[in-house]
Design a protein around this ligand. Structure first.
Ligand SMILES: C[S@@+](CC[C@H](N)C(=O)[O-])C[C@H]1O[C@@H](n2cnc3c(N)ncnc32)[C@H](O)[C@@H]1O
Length: 249
């Protein structure tokens, strides 16, 4: 199998992931992927039957983006996997298709695993400013009197777990793929499930965001994308991204 693109941190294959996987030379530490949900009229947005079983034959850990409707409709397809948790990506804008329901401003990423949980790599997600935090008090109306300084530093918490709702701006207005995921949501998922220097697989690569996020967090990536036009987009994106700082001389 000849890759469409290769560099030091990323390899891209162009084709249907079910025809490429499982492959003896693709042995990822985890999968981080954003499959077609099958919920829009976009030409590529068709659920590839059986893909979660193919993924299960390739890795023991998988973050998968989706909607609750998608996971419920496709529940049987995930039979080979056990669910560990889900996180919510809260976007700054909505993507609702119905004007008689709550404005939809979130997506879900579910973490699946196979085997024994303690043997599955996972890095406990902690917040950076775990022990000291500035706490801001709202100014009180004058009739409630003086309550002292408007902010103070708390030493209380100790290391804190990251919360399961991640607020990250969507790519709206700057995307190169209609459902492109921002680096801010991919980074924490990759760092959770893939050891430093490890290999992430994204079998529905789109614009290649997973490989960019893997590179930024010191991991490598194998990508698969079925649409050759997006393969070309990915190859250009990754090639630009490996240029030394400052660009070409
Ligand atoms: C939801 S998009 C991924 C977007 C990506 N997360 C990003 O940030 O750009 C899903 C992608 O899967 C591709 N795709 C659909 N069916 C596929 C298949 N059977 N094998 C490989 N890729 C497929 C589509 O062409 C589409 O680009």
């Amino acid at each position: 199998m000849t890759p469409y693109y290769v560099d030091d941190t990323a390899t891209l294959y162009c084709g249907d992931m079910r025809e490429i996987l499982p492959a003896p030379d693709i042995a990822p530490d985890c999968i981080v992927t954003d499959p077609p949900y099958g919920e829009t009229k976009l030409e590529w947005d068709r659920w590839p039957d059986g893909w979660p079983a193919v993924a299960a034959a390739t890795a023991a850990s998988m973050w998968c983006f989706g909607s609750l409707r998608m996971f419920m409709d496709r529940r049987d397809d995930f039979a080979a996997w056990k669910l560990s948790q889900d996180v919510v990506w809260e976007k700054h804008n909505g993507s609702s298709f119905a004007n008689d329901r709550f404005k939809r401003v979130h997506e879900i990423a579910a973490h699946w695993y196979r085997g024994t949980w303690s043997e599955v790599y996972h890095h406990t997600p902690k917040t950076a400013d775990a022990t000291r935090r500035a706490v801001r008090r709202k100014p009180r109306p004058p009739h409630l009197g003086e309550i002292g300084r408007g902010s103070y530093t708390s030493e209380d918490g100790g290391p804190r777990l990251m919360r399961s709702v991640l607020q990250v701006r969507s790519m709206h207005g700057r995307a190169i793929h209609p459902t492109e995921k921002p680096q801010g949501i991919l980074g924490p998922l990759i760092e959770y499930a893939c050891p430093p220097g490890g290999l992430v697989l994204d079998p529905f690569a789109g614009s290649g965001s997973t490989a960019v996020a893997a590179r930024l967090s010191g991991r490598r990536a194998v990508l698969i994308e079925g649409d050759e036009r997006y393969c070309e987009t990915i190859a250009r994106r990754l090639a630009q991204n490996v240029l030394p700082l400052g660009g070409p001389s």
